[in-house]
Design a protein around this ligand. Structure first.
Ligand code: FES
Length: 103
């Protein structure tokens, strides 16, 4: 069963921002894309680089190491050198707090 993990208060987590956390041996990045929250594994499938810190453009994030782009909503790899998508995680807003579900 997945653990429900607190990420941040909605009031503190603005559009275009992201938060990172480490849970269950997994690095996770949670993004606020136009007021909706999405979570992906914070590890590039090309060569294991950390995705956060790379440019965020709408619903896409660019790996800072070799510029592969991923869809934040779906985890899909959009451009080489990554061809495999990243894992996604369910998020939820409850009582003005953002949560992510981690296995
Ligand atoms: S490690 Fe991300 S593109 Fe190479």
């Amino acid at each position: 069963m997945a653990d429900k993990v607190f990420v941040d208060d909605v009031s503190e987590f603005g559009k275009g921002e992201y938060r990172t956390l480490y849970k269950g041996n997994t690095d996770i990045a949670v993004f606020n894309v136009a007021g909706e929250y999405y979570a992906i594994e914070d590890v590039c499938t090309h060569d294991g680089g950390v995705l956060t810190g790379g440019e965020v453009d709408g619903e896409e994030v660019e790996c800072p190491r070799h510029q592969a782009r991923f869809n934040i909503k779906t985890g899909e790899a959009l451009t080489p050198p990554a061809f495999e998508g990243v894992e996604t995680f369910k998020t939820e807003v409850e009582d003005e707090k953002v949560y992510v579900y981690v296995n």
